[in-house]
Every structure is written in structure tokens, then in C-alpha cells.
Design a protein around this ligand. Structure first.
Ligand code: DON
Length: 568
């Protein structure tokens, strides 16, 4: 089982880099992760260029949503692993008047999708189809989502918030070594996809770090969106190119799918934990429900007394996660298509019953005949923004795997997602994250595939405390959980909470994934003696967060991925 980002430098190197503070012009400080607080704005993302774009928007009079929208479009240019026009995501926003809203801009299954579309004749999953082919793509939601956010809350014009992304695509930007390495590692696959070869190579050759990378087709698409709004993407030349790409690659997305796509404002999932309000994403993400369900179970135990990194906390958290993820597999899917028992899962007395069998001395085996395994190098990205008025944005966006299905839409310059793999192809086949599912998450035309994305806001008495979220597929929810526990139970700073090593359990496969330095020898031995199986993984998550203390904003750029926290 491997779960890592390709081209990932060692943790130690990134932690070293995290100590760097880079001064830019005009009083802006790029802080990879810093103890310095700011009061006028903060943007934390996995791309230095995109964080800078967000900060520039704030300085030019934009609010946190203007900045988040600008960052979203910029990430499609500078962080193609996960930043996207061809994917989808979720946003949680807090307005200065303390209204909390969430926007689901998740991809939808095309109208011609069928429940068994990824099953081979013998009933097994054909992962080439669900991950690598044009059939893997759901109808993209990102463009509609970013535009909807901007229309409802933005202060600046659409052209103003999109101009920086257009400039980055048109004029190019210098490739950093990590991105250059990731593209090079994928060259065999990108080179056999003609439009991907055009976009990601320099005349067929690998681009070196430092190369100024221009993306003219993507720039044209961005310009059309800036000029025409959603029609610039879902209709007209870009839509035609997308549909032509689908016909060429035997995919399913048609003009009718693009016409029908709408992002949806949804009620946030709300929970209370140790005197704080937790707001996160409702279905079709499982993130908010599982996060609150796990916090409800954990709230019954005095974990702050145990201290951070204690074996007692590890064991409890594993057992809590095991139960919550088992519920995910059984009950969660797109609530517009399936009766998800939301109230029940969020109920504190249900949490009490669910954890009742917890044995402090022993692991509860995840009894199931079904097994899954993890695939390599998936990617998603999360960014956090706050402005001087306390407007907060947590936004997680993805193509699913790193670079999606790696197919660029010819002429339009953007990558397609492979989000259809997030559905349960059958009730016995795990997806690339080893996640199992049931009829709740079966494929149906127009349905949204279940997600784990967990963009989350934490407030106390109406005042901002934390903005967080992460990539990492199934590990997203436990990553967010651990950041919250570190801040609320253990009193850590945002930076310490994000940097702290992580572990993860998801019911099936029945093993504890942990980062190399997450468990002391004694802790590992104790967990094994209780019956846990341990699997070391390189990294878990990339939780770009903002911690707010006494009105000051502390950016916590997760050292596990590149990027920057930029404050002023
Ligand atoms: O929506 C989901 O849960 C997944 N498609 C997210 C993918 C992801 O986080 C990959 N990250 N490393």
C-alpha cells in the first residue's frame, strides 16, 4: 500500500523549508509557515504564485471570496496536479456578518452513466476505465462554482479576479523543481495523449525546473470565462472542444450534461466540540458528517489530559475512525439521490452508542470479507483565505488523481478529472483509496460521487479560530480531525498543529496508516499489542490552514507540499 505524492521531497527537507520567511515587495511577507501574525489578510495555498495572487486581490480591495476565486483560477495554471477547470470542489464561507454558507461544485455523473459502467464481464472493477479513460470524467463543476461564489459575494469584477490567472497562463511562470519533476515522471503517459503532450512538454521534451511555462490554450479558455461567465465554458467553443474530446475518447459528457450542470448552495454540517462551533461540508461529501461524528465520539474522553501524541489518543482515534468510516461505506452518498441518515449520524447519543464497545486494551477487528488497496500519487488541494473583515473561505478542489485522467481537452488546454472512481463501482470493489461503498454511492445519471473533502471553519462565540482542510482522499477527514484536536485539545499553535505527524484508519483495509515519525517505538509496540496492524506511509495530507488568535492571522502552510502562506 502506498499513499504519497509523486516527487515528494523528504519531510525533513520540507520542514526545513518551512522555517524560511521570504520578504517580497510592498510589505508582503511570504511565510512558508510562520509564527508571525497578520491582521489585514492571509492566503495559504500549495502554490506560491497562487497565494501571491490571492494577496494581491486583497490588497486591491477584494474580499476573501474575490481572493479565493482568483486563487482557484490561478491554481488551475500553476498547480495542475489538482488546481483545475475540469474538476470540482467544495467551499465553506463565513461572511463578516457571521453567516455560514457552503457551495457544492462537485462533478456529476454524465446523464448517460450506468451503474455497471466500470465492471468487467466477471464483475471486477476495471480501474483503467474508472481512472485513466474519458469515461472516468464527471461533468466539471469548478467553473460554475467559482463564478457562483464570485457572483454572490465578490466585490471586484469578474475580469479583475481572473486577470492574474490569465496573465500566468499567457506570460508563463517559472516551473518549480517539484512540478517539473512530477510532469517528467508522468511523461510516458502524457506523451501518448496528444493535447497533454502539447501542454506538458517543450516540443516533446521534458521541461526543466526554471523553464518559463506558458499555456496559451488554457489562457484562451480563461479569457472566454472572464468575458462571458459560465457560458464561456459550458457553451460555445470551449464546450464544443470538450464534447469533441469526449467523442474522440469514447467518454460520456455531452452538451446536455454541460447545460444541466449547476453548483448547489447547501446547509453546512454543524457540530459543537469543546465549546467551539465546527462548520463543514454536507453530502455529497462525507467529510463534514464524519468529522462531526468522530468529534462527538472523542468529546466523551479527556484527551487533553493524555497529551498530544499519546498512545491512548492514537488508540481511541483509530477506533473512532474505524466506526465512522464503516458508516461511511454503508450510509453515505449523494443525499439528492439516496436517503442519507444525516441527523442520526450527527446525533450525540448515536456517537455514544457507536463507541460504547470501545476497549482501551484491544483493537476491534474490522470484520469484513472485503478488502481494498491504495493506489499511488493521488492529488487534491486545499486553500484557506481570511480578510480584514473576518470573511473566511475554506476551499478544497480536485481532479481526483494527480493530473486527473491526464487527458487535456484538445484546444481548450485544461485537464479532465477522473472523479467517477469515487463512486462505488459495485458493493465489493474498493476505489483507489481502498474505500468501499454501497448502493448509497452507486453510479446514477446526474448523481454526484461521494467525496471525503472536508473544508472546515472553526469559530468560538462567533469569532474565527481556524480555517482548515486537506487533500489525501480517504485520509482527508482524519487529517482535518487531527489538526482540530491539536488546536482545541492540545492548545497547539496553527503551525504546530499542521506540522505534527499524522495517522489514519478507515475501517477497511484494517490497518493504521501512519507517517514515519507519527509513532514512537513504545507507542507502535503498544498499538501492535492491542491488535492493530501498522502500515507506514510517506505523508498524509497537506492541510493549508489559518489559525486566528486575538484577531491576528497565522498562516500554516503544510510543509508536506510546496506553496506559501502570504499575509499582510
Ligand atoms: O473527493 C474525494 O474525496 C477525492 N476525489 C479527493 C482526492 C484527493 O484528495 C487526492 N489527494 N491527495
Amino acid at each position: 500500500m502506498r499513499h504519497a505524492y509523486c516527487g515528494q521531497p523528504t519531510m525533513a527537507k520540507r520542514l526545513l523549508a518551512s522555517l524560511l520567511l521570504v520578504a517580497l515587495g510592498s510589505g508582503t511577507v511570504v511565510a512558508m509557515a510562520t509564527d508571525q501574525g497578520f491582521s489585514r489578510g492571509m492566503v495559504v495555498s500549495s502554490s506560491e504564485e497562487a497565494s501571491q495572487v490571492g494577496q494581491d486581490i486583497l490588497k486591491n480591495g477584494g474580499n476573501a471570496v474575490d481572493a479565493a476565486v482568483a486563487v482557484g483560477f490561478a491554481l488551475a495554471v500553476t498547480y495542475p496536479e489538482a488546481g483545475n477547470l475540469g474538476g470540482g470542489g467544495f467551499a465553506v464561507v463565513r461572511t463578516p456578518k457571521n453567516q455560514i454558507v457552503t457551495l457544492d461544485h462537485r462533478e456529476r455523473a454524465p446523464l448517460k452513466a450506468r451503474p455497471d459502467m466500470f465492471l468487467a464481464e466477471d464483475g471486477t472493477l476495471d480501474a483503467d476505465l474508472s481512472l485513466e479513460s474519458h469515461l472516468a470524467s464527471g461533468t466539471p463543476g469548478t467553473v460554475d462554482g467559482l463564478l457562483a461564489l464570485h457572483e454572490r459575494f465578490g466585490r471586484l469584477s469578474r475580469r479583475a479576479v481572473m486577470a492574474p490567472a490569465i496573465a500566468l497562463a499567457e506570460e508563463g511562470f517559472k516551473l518549480n523543481p517539484i512540478l517539473a519533476g512530477r510532469i517528467q515522471a508522468l511523461l510516458p503517459e502524457l506523451s501518448v495523449r496528444p493535447a497533454s503532450r502539447t501542454k506538458f512538454t517543450h516540443n516533446g521534451n521534458a521541461m526543466a525546473p526554471g523553464h518559463r511555462w506558458r499555456q496559451p490554450d488554457l489562457a484562451k479558455t480563461l479569457r472566454r470565462i472572464a468575458d462571458e461567465g459560465r457560458a464561456g465554458f459550458y457553451q460555445g467553443p470551449v464546450a464544443k472542444m470538450l464534447v469533441a474530446e469526449m467523442i474522440r475518447g469514447k467518454g460520456l459528457i455531452e452538451q446536455a450534461d454541460l447545460d444541466a450542470y449547476r453548483s448547489i448552495w447547501r446547509e453546512p454540517i454543524h457540530g459543537r466540540y469543546r465549546g467551539h462551533d465546527i462548520y463543514s461540508m454536507a453530502p455529497p461529501s462525507s467529510g463534514g458528517i464524519l468529522l462531526v461524528q468522530m468529534l462527538n465520539m472523542l468529546s466523551l474522553y479527556p484527551i487533553s489530559n493524555w497529551g498530544p501524541g499519546s498512545t491512548a489518543q492514537h488508540h481511541l482515534m483509530i477506533e473512532v475512525a474505524r466506526r465512522a468510516y464503516a458508516d461511511r461505506a454503508e450510509h453515505l452518498g449523494d443525499a439528492d439521490f439516496y436517503p442519507v441518515p444525516v441527523e442520526k449520524l450527527l446525533d450525540k447519543s448515536y456517537a455514544r452508542d457507536r463507541i460504547a464497545g470501545f476497549d482501551p486494551m484491544r483493537a476491534t477487528p474490522s470484520r469484513s470479507v472485503r478488502h481494498g488497496s491504495f493506489n499511488e500519487s493521488p492529488q487534491t488541494t486545499h486553500y484557506s483565505v481570511i480578510d480584514a473583515d473576518g470573511m473566511m473561505v475554506a476551499l478544497t478542489t480536485t481532479l481526483n488523481s494527480s493530473f486527473g485522467n491526464k487527458w487535456v481537452v484538445a484546444g481548450a488546454g485544461f485537464l479532465l478529472n477522473n472523479e467517477m472512481d469515487d463512486f462505488a463501482a459495485s458493493d465489493s470493489e474498493a476505489n483507489q483509496y481502498g474505500l468501499l461503498g454501497s448502493v448509497a454511492n452507486a453510479i446514477a445519471p446526474g448523481k454526484r460521487m461521494l467525496s471525503s473533502m472536508t473544508p472546515t471553519l472553526v469559530l468560538k462565540s462567533g469569532e474565527p479560530v481556524l480555517i482548515t482542510g486537506s487533500p489525501g482522499g480517504s485520509t482527508i477527514i482524519t487529517t482535518v480531525l487531527q489538526v482540530i484536536l491539536n488546536v482545541l485539545d492540545h492548545g497547539m499553535t496553527g503551525v504546530a498543529a499542521v506540522n505534527a505527524p499524522r495517522l489514519h484508519h478507515q475501517w477497511q483495509p484494517d490497518t493504521v496508516m501512519h507517517e514515519p515519525n507519527a509513532l514512537s517505538q513504545t507507542s507502535a509496540d503498544t498499538l501492535r499489542s492491542k491488535g492493530h496492524q501498522l502500515t507506514e506511509v510517506e505523508v498524509i495530507g497537506d492541510a493549508n490552514s489559518i489559525w486566528i488568535k486575538e484577531g491576528r492571522f497565522y498562516g500554516a502552510k503544510d510543509p508536506r507540499e510546496p506553496g506559501a502562506a502570504v499575509g499582510w
